[in-house]
Unconditional design. Structure first.
Length: 99
């Protein structure tokens, strides 16, 4: 529930086989970095990632760790691409599922 001091956000990390998600209530004005420090999903993501620094975004848009979030935002922890989707499409190994 939203009040003037708390907002609800979600932290998400996806591997090729699993999805890790956590809903948190945080103080209004919290930064992405502060929220990630509280999230269990962050620890899981760091087990999969080779780097100490995280690449993150909100709703698909890359953001810095000092960015503030709004109620209902989904913080996404990104991992490196295994293959370039553009190259896969060119080689015929990736087929779009759009109608």
């Amino acid at each position: 529930m939203v009040n003037e001091h708390q907002i609800d956000v979600e932290v998400l990390f996806v591997t090729d086989r699993e999805e890790y998600s956590e809903s948190l209530s945080v103080t209004f004005g919290s930064t992405i970095g502060e929220i990630l420090a509280k999230s269990h999903v962050t620890a899981t993501a760091q087990c999969y990632l080779n780097s100490e620094s995280l690449s993150v975004g909100v709703w698909g848009k890359r953001m810095k760790l000092d960015a503030r979030v709004a109620h209902g935002d989904r913080i996404e922890i990104y991992r490196d691409l295994i293959a370039d989707p553009k190259e896969l499409r060119r080689s015929g190994r990736l087929v779009s599922k759009r109608c």
